[in-house]
Design a protein around this ligand. Structure first.
Ligand SMILES: [Zn+2]
Ligand SMILES: [Zn+2]
Length: 227
């Protein structure tokens, strides 16, 4: 059974420990290596791999330490080039080309974000299917048969508009991150029959309301929602 542990989520750092009960993975490593070590019980070498969505610091801050610890790190060529990284543990992946990490089969897909070659991940183990989708202002795909959804819910437009932020900053948020309304539209467009839980990721410190987001997504989907 898939277990999801949000070690950290948000623009100050992202790292998620995901296991199917046998094969643990790290998705993103955008926090200090010490924190990752603590969260994995200092058994970082037991990870089957680490998936990186894109090159922004809040998603890969500890990449050099994770590679040095002997963990294979999966990223697109664009992400590796943007990070100027060249290491034998870097495994280059490509959107829409499936690959395996231990018992997991992973399909990367394009996301819509201001990065070189960002991707999300559709991750399958046994008959469970997890969607990992962050740092994207919408999603051009739908996914059948999901059992777990991890999706960015960065801001609500009404909160963003009320906040005293420079206009270019607001524009950047709108063109690179998932709004509550777009998360709702995405969830409505997908078949949620088999979905057991929904995890909202990467909430903005200033432009989000965790209690409201959780309540509204629970009301819309009837599924347990974790923030
Ligand atoms: Zn981010
Ligand atoms: Zn980003």
């Amino acid at each position: 059974m898939i277990e999801i542990n949000q070690i950290a989520s948000g623009s100050s750092g992202n790292a998620y420990h995901i296991s199917d009960g046998h094969c643990p993975l790290l998705v993103e490593c955008g926090i200090s290596f010490k924190r990752i070590q603590r969260a994995t019980g200092f058994r970082i070498s037991s990870l089957a791999g680490c998936l990186i969505s894109h090159e922004h610091k809040d998603h890969c801050k500890a990449i050099h330490d994770v590679l040095s610890a002997g963990v294979d790190c999966y990223m697109t060529a664009g992400t590796a080039a943007a990070l100027e990284i060249d290491h034998h543990r870097v495994k280059i992946i490509q959107a829409r080309s499936p690959f395996s990490v231990g018992a997991w089969s992973v399909l990367p897909f394009e996301t819509e974000h201001d990065a070189a070659d960002p991707v999300g991940f559709l991750m399958k183990s046994g008959n469970e299917k997890l969607l990992f989708l962050t740092d994207s202002y919408f999603c051009r795909y739908t996914f059948p048969g999901l059992t777990h959804i991890m999706i960015e819910c960065n801001y609500a437009l009404d909160i963003l508009m009320e906040n005293d932020l420079p206009a270019p900053h607001k524009k950047r948020v709108i063109q690179s991150h998932f709004s509550l309304a777009n998360v709702k539209a995405f969830l409505k467009a997908n078949d949620l029959n088999r979905v057991r839980d929904i995890h909202l990721l990467h909430l903005s410190r200033d432009n989000a309301d965790p209690v409201r987001f959780k309540a509204e997504i629970e009301q819309l989907t009837g599924k347990p929602v974790y923030v």
